[in-house]
Each structure stands twice: as C-alpha cells, then as structure tokens.
Ligand binder design. Structure first.
Ligand code: C2E
Ligand code: MG
Ligand code: MG
Length: 242
C-alpha cells in the first residue's frame, strides 16, 4: 500500500491520505492498479484483496494517530464487486472495532460510474455504511454521468474532481467551467470538494481562488510507501511544534 497526502487549500493543513494499492511482480515489475484491479474483479479475488486493504489501512492509520501524528482521515478505494458484496457494512464495522479507528476517520471512495450502474442498490448500501459514521466520497466525479436528482439523495460527504478536468484547469476554459460547476454544486449540497491530480502551483492557485476545499496530487506529494508516508507525517508534526 502507498499513501498519498491530501491538504486543505485554505490553510495547507494535511486533511488526510488516500491509500493506493501497488503490485510489485517478480517478472512483470510494477503492475499499475488500472491493469490488475479489473482482473482481480473478474476473478473475484478483489474481495480478499479489498478486505486486506481496508484492514491494513485502518490499522496503519490508527497506529499513526496513536503516535500523535496529524492524520484526520484515511481514504480507501472500493470497487464494484466489493461494494456489492454481502455484509460489506459488517466487514467495515468489524475492521473498525478490531483496529479501534474512529469511524469518522475512515473515508470510503466509490466511483461515480459504480453509483449510477445501480442507483437503488447503491442507495441501500450507502445508507448502511453511512450509519456506521464512516465518510463517503465520490471518486472520479464528472466522468460518470450522474443523475443530479439522485446525487442529492445519496448520503455523500465529498466529491473528488476527476484528474482529467484538473490537468489544464489553469488554462482551459472548458475544464474551468466544469471544475467551477462541480465546486458550486458540492458547496450547495454541503459536500466537501477535493481536486485530484494537482501537479502545479498554477493549478493549486486557480482551485484555491475558486474555493475548492482540498487538493491531492504530485504538487503536494506522490503516493508514498509506508515508511516515507510516516516520515512525511513526522516532519509535519515536528514543524507544527516550532
Ligand atoms: P483513483 O482512486 O482515482 O486514484 C488516483 C490515481 O491518480 C492514483 O493512481 C494516483 O497515483 C494518481 N495520481 C495522484 N496524483 C497524481 C498527479 O498529480 N498526477 C497524475 N498524473 N496522477 C496522480 P493509481 O495509484 O495508479 O491508481 C489508479 C486507480 O486504481 C485508482 O484511481 C483507483 O480507482 C484504483 N485503485 C487503487 N488502489 C485501489 C484499491 O486499494 N482498491 C481498489 N478497489 N481500487 C484501487
Ligand atoms: Mg480514489
Ligand atoms: Mg480518482
């Protein structure tokens, strides 16, 4: 697992980290998740992998928090099969109890397309998860043809503006229009909005001027292996003390 920091645009404070799965294969080298996750989904292995990701992420986040490190949130990606697995809510509840992580620290990311494939089914599962006190965010927002009337019914805490709209957000008028619309919509629905794939100070400045809440991307940090992520948090903790 790698961990990528997220920060508040207004203050620069770290708001959380997203957990990203890595597969270092003996012969194939680093296989990107976009390649192996669809295969894990097809084979059903994603259920076991997803459970391991959730448990490992929660255990790690709790360990860091108990060391006094500044980590308000830990975000875990969940794919279709996992989301629809029986007793997904029970699994989350069990992992939270086991690790002692406070529910509101855990954020579950689901993609917009997943939500819209079966909006009624998704609603039931989202409500069950929400009842645990966990946070819910829609990933890759803007790419999944959301029905806006459904969107406002879902118990969602945040939207992540898809990287494809952030790439040229400081220069491209179409991307600016889309990003502005998502920020305004999130604001009016009382949702947090985070831009993913922020790579430059120009993108950061534009998003900040538009009152986007948070950012994530190479500009702040690449996804980091555990030891480096810990180092990142330790440095932060040290600098906030002087
Ligand atoms: P995602 O959840 O939208 O994750 C964001 C992706 O953008 C990550 O790719 C991250 O490394 C990359 N990224 C972050 N900042 C930047 C940036 O500034 N510029 C650019 N160009 N890219 C950036 P990654 O790690 O390859 O993951 C790809 C996708 O695989 C994720 O998209 C997510 O949908 C899926 N994934 C990753 N880990 C898991 C997991 O544990 N479970 C499940 N179900 N899916 C996962
Ligand atoms: Mg994600
Ligand atoms: Mg995304």
């Amino acid at each position: 697992l790698h961990y990528q920091p997220q920060a508040e645009l207004a203050t620069g404070a770290i708001s959380g980290m997203e957990v990203l799965l890595r597969w270092d294969h003996r012969e194939l080298g680093n296989v990107p998740p976009v390649e192996f996750i669809p295969i894990a989904e097809e084979s059903g292995l994603i259920i076991a992998i997803g459970e391991w990701v959730l448990r490992t992420a929660c255990r790690q986040a709790q360990a860091w928090r108990q060391q006094g490190l500044p980590l308000p949130r830990i975000a875990v990606n969940v794919s279709g099969k996992q989301f629809a697995q029986r007793n997904f809510q029970a699994l989350i509840a069990q992992v939270l109890a086991e690790t002692g992580l406070e529910p509101q620290v855990l954020e579950i990311e689901i993609t917009e397309s997943l939500l819209m494939q079966d909006a009624d089914g998704a609603m039931t599962i989202l409500r069950q998860i929400k009842a645990l006190g966990v946070q819910l965010t829609i990933d890759d927002f803007g790419t999944g043809y959301s029905s806006l009337s459904r969107l406002k019914e879902f118990p969602i805490d945040g939207l992540k503006i898809d990287r494809s709209f952030v790439r040229a957000v400081d220069t491209d008028l179409n991307d600016q229009a889309i990003a502005k619309a998502i920020i305004a919509m999130a604001d009016s629905m009382n949702m947090r909005v985070i831009a993913e794939g922020v790579e430059t100070s120009e993108q950061r400045d534009w998003l900040s001027a538009m009152h986007c809440d948070e950012m994530q991307g190479y500009f702040l940090s690449r996804p980091l292996p555990m030891a480096q992520a810990e180092h990142f948090l330790l440095r932060l903790a040290a600098s906030s003390q002087d």
